[in-house]
Design a protein around this ligand. Structure first.
Ligand SMILES: *[C@@H]1O[C@H](CO)[C@@H](O)[C@H](O)[C@H]1NC(C)=O
Ligand SMILES: *[C@@H]1O[C@H](CO)[C@@H](O)[C@H](O)[C@H]1NC(C)=O
Ligand SMILES: *[C@@H]1O[C@H](CO)[C@@H](O)[C@H](O)[C@H]1NC(C)=O
Ligand SMILES: *[C@@H]1O[C@H](CO)[C@@H](O)[C@H](O)[C@H]1NC(C)=O
Ligand SMILES: *[C@@H]1O[C@H](CO)[C@@H](O)[C@H](O)[C@H]1NC(C)=O
Ligand SMILES: *[C@@H]1O[C@H](CO)[C@@H](O)[C@H](O)[C@H]1NC(C)=O
Ligand SMILES: *[C@@H]1O[C@H](CO)[C@@H](O)[C@H](O)[C@H]1NC(C)=O
Length: 449
C-alpha cells in the first residue's frame, strides 16, 4: 500500500465515522407557512400555517407528511439504536361530533409509502394483515375511534404500534398531574376529538428500546409523567438504520380534519426544542347559536308580572314547536340521499338476530369502519314486506343475504336498526382504496348497529 492509497483509506475511514454526526437533525417549526421542503404524500398539504392530512371530498382519503431527510437510528443493520426527541401540536376535529373517528399517527417508516397501506381505521400506513410481522414501521397512534376488532379500549386513546394496526400498548388519552401531597399522580382525561390543540411529546431512547409518549392541552406545561412508557427489545425488529419521520391520517365516509400545527425534533441527544404555542390558530367546532330571544323575554317579564307570565307562555310554546321541528329536520337529515334511491327500510333486531343465526362467528364476513360485518339470510316474507314498504325494486329471490355491521352503538340502536342496500358499498369497501366494486350483488345489505 503506497502513501496515496493509505491517505485515501484514512479519508474514507474518517468520512464514514463522521456520517452519523453529519446527518444530525434538529428542527423547529412553529408554523408550516415557510416550510416548503416537506415530503407530502397523497392528500397531505400545507393550508395557511398548518399541515392538513386528509381531503374531505375524497372518500378513501390518505395523507402523509414527512421531513425530507431520513432520521438515522443506527449506524447499520443490527447496530445499537440511537435516540431522538420530538414535540408537536395537533388538532382533530370531526365534522359530526357523534361520527366514528379516525385520528392521526406519528410515523417512522423506511419508506414514505408503506406497502398495502389502507385508509380509514388503518391511518393510511397499515395494511389489513391479520398477523404482525417484522418490518421497519413504528407508529404512535392518536386514535379518535374505537375498533373492537383491534382491541381498542375506547374511542379516544393513544397507542404504540409495531407494523400492525393492533397496538402493542394503549392508554386512554389523558395526562398525569400532581395530586396535592399524594405521591400518586392524578389522571386527567383529554378529549382528542374536540378540535382543541393538543401537544404531544415522544421520546425514543434507543439503548433501552424505550418509547415515552406524553400529551397535554397545548397551553399547559409538559406533564412530569408520560402517558405511555413502553420498553421492549422487540422494537429493534421494527426500525431500520434510516427512517422517514412524519405524520399520517386517513378517513373513509366520515369527514374529520386532522391537523399538525407545530413540530420540533432533535436527534442530537438533547430534548426537542420548545414550541411556542401562544399564537397557534385554533379549530373548534362552530358554536351553537345563542338564544337571545329568551333573555329578551325575561327582561319583558321583569317589567310587568302579568306580562311576564304571558311572555313565558308564548316562549314556552315557541320553544316547544321549534324543538319539534328541529327533531323532525334532524330525522330527515339522517336519511341519506342514496338510501332513498335504494328502498330505505328498517328491520327489527329479532329478525336480524335470526337472519345471522345470532350474529354467529361462521357468519362473520369481516370488519368494516364501524364494526363487524355478518352475512345473513332473511326469510322472503320479511324481506319482501320491507321491500314493499320501501316501494321500489321488485325482487325475485326467495331468500336474501344480509350483511350486518355489528358494533359501536349497538345498545342504542338495537330497537331501530337501519338497513339499506348499497350496491356500491358492499363489505370490504369500507376498508380501503381497493374497492370490491363492479359485480356487487343487490342482495347485500348493510346495517349499522
Ligand atoms: C427544510 O426547511 C426548513 C425550513 O425552511 C429548514 O430549517 C430545514 O433545514 C430544511 N431541511 C432540509 C433537509 O432541507
Ligand atoms: C380534494 O380532492 C378533490 C377531488 O379529488 C380536489 O378537486 C380538491 O382540489 C382537493 N382539495 C384540496 C384542498 O386539495
Ligand atoms: C423497507 O423494509 C422492508 C422490510 O425490511 C423492505 O422489504 C423494503 O424493501 C424496504 N423499503 C425501502 C424503501 O427501503
Ligand atoms: C388525590 O389524592 C387523594 C388523597 O390524597 C385521593 O383521595 C384522590 O382520590 C386522588 N385523586 C385522584 C384523581 O387520583
Ligand atoms: C420514560 O419515562 C420513564 C418513567 O417516567 C422515565 O423513567 C424514563 O427516563 C423516560 N425515558 C425517556 C427516554 O424519556
Ligand atoms: C411566542 O410567539 C409570540 C408571538 O408569536 C411572541 O410574542 C413570544 O415572545 C414568543 N414566545 C417565546 C418564548 O418565544
Ligand atoms: C385486504 O385488503 C386488500 C386490498 O388492499 C383486499 O383485497 C383484501 O381482501 C383484504 N383482506 C382482508 C382479510 O380483509
Amino acid at each position: 500500500m503506497d502513501a496515496a492509497s493509505i491517505h485515501h483509506y484514512l479519508l474514507f475511514f474518517l468520512f464514514s465515522l463522521s456520517l452519523p454526526f453529519a446527518s444530525a437533525i434538529n428542527f423547529l417549526f412553529n408554523s408550516f407557512s415557510a416550510v416548503s421542503n416537506l415530503t407530502l404524500v397523497d392528500d397531505a398539504r400545507v393550508e395557511d400555517s398548518v399541515l392538513r392530512l386528509t381531503n374531505d371530498s375524497n372518500y378513501y382519503s390518505i395523507g402523509r407528511a414527512f421531513y425530507p431527510e431520513r432520521l438515522r437510528l443506527a449506524a447499520g443493520p443490527g447496530q445499537a439504536l440511537s435516540s431522538f426527541s420530538t414535540s408537536f401540536v395537533f388538532s382533530i376535529l370531526p365534522e359530526i361530533d357523534s361520527s366514528p373517528g379516525f385520528g392521526l399517527a406519528f410515523v417512522l417508516c423506511n419508506s414514505t409509502s408503506p406497502p398495502g397501506a389502507l385508509s380509514g381505521q388503518y391511518f393510511g400506513v397499515f395494511s389489513n394483515a391479520t398477523r404482525q410481522s417484522p418490518a421497519p414501521l413504528l407508529v404512535v397512534e392518536f386514535d379518535a375511534g374505537r375498533n373492537p376488532e383491534f382491541n381498542d379500549p375506547d374511542g379516544n386513546h393513544v397507542g404504540v404500534d409495531l407494523n400492525f394496526v393492533e397496538s402493542a400498548v394503549t392508554r386512554t388519552a389523558g395526562f398525569y398531574r400532581a395530586n396535592g401531597s399524594s405521591t400518586e399522580p392524578e389522571f386527567v382525561p383529554l378529549d382528542m376529538r374536540s378540535g382543541r390543540n393538543i401537544r404531544g411529546w415522544i421520546d425514543f431512547y434507543g439503548p433501552l428500546f424505550q418509547i415515552n409518549v406524553t400529551i397535554a392541552p397545548a397551553q399547559e406545561p409538559r406533564p412530569r409523567w408520560p402517558l405511555i412508557s413502553y420498553t421492549d427489545p422487540v422494537i429493534a425488529n421494527y426500525v431500520s438504520p434510516e427512517m422517514y419521520v412524519g405524520f399520517s391520517a386517513s378517513k373513509v365516509k366520515w369527514v374529520e380534519a386532522q391537523r399538525v400545527l407545530a413540530w420540533s425534533l432533535s436527534d442530537t441527544g438533547a430534548a426537542a426544542r420548545e414550541l411556542n404555542t401562544s399564537n397557534l390558530p385554533v379549530f373548534l367546532p362552530p358554536s351553537p347559536p345563542s338564544s337571545s330571544s329568551t333573555s329578551a323575554g325575561l327582561i319583558a317579564g321583569v317589567a310587568s308580572a302579568c306580562l311576564a307570565i304571558a311572555v313565558l307562555c308564548v316562549l314556552g310554546l315557541y320553544n316547544h314547536c321549534r324543538r319539534r321541528r328541529k327533531t323532525r329536520i334532524r330525522k330527515e337529515e339522517e336519511e341519506e340521499e342514496w338510501e332513498s334511491k335504494y328502498w330505505p327500510r328498517r328491520f327489527n333486531y329479532e329478525d336480524l338476530w335470526s337472519a345471522t343465526n345470532g350474529f354467529c362467528k361462521e357468519r362473520l364476513l369481516g370488519f368494516g369502519g364501524f364494526g363487524k360485518v355478518y352475512r345473513g339470510v332473511l326469510p322472503a316474507s320479511i324481506s319482501r314486506g320491507a321491500n314493499n314498504a320501501g316501494g321500489s325494486a321488485v325482487r325475485e329471490e326467495e331468500m336474501e343475504e344480509v350483511a350486518v355491521k355489528h358494533g359501536v352503538s349497538f345498545e342504542e340502536e338495537r330497537e331501530n336498526m337501519k338497513c339499506m342496500t348499497d350496491p356500491d358499498q358492499t363489505n370490504g369497501a369500507e376498508v380501503g382504496p381497493a374497492r370490491s366494486g363492479s359485480s356487487a350483488a343487490t342482495s347485500f345489505f348493510c346495517a349499522y348497529i
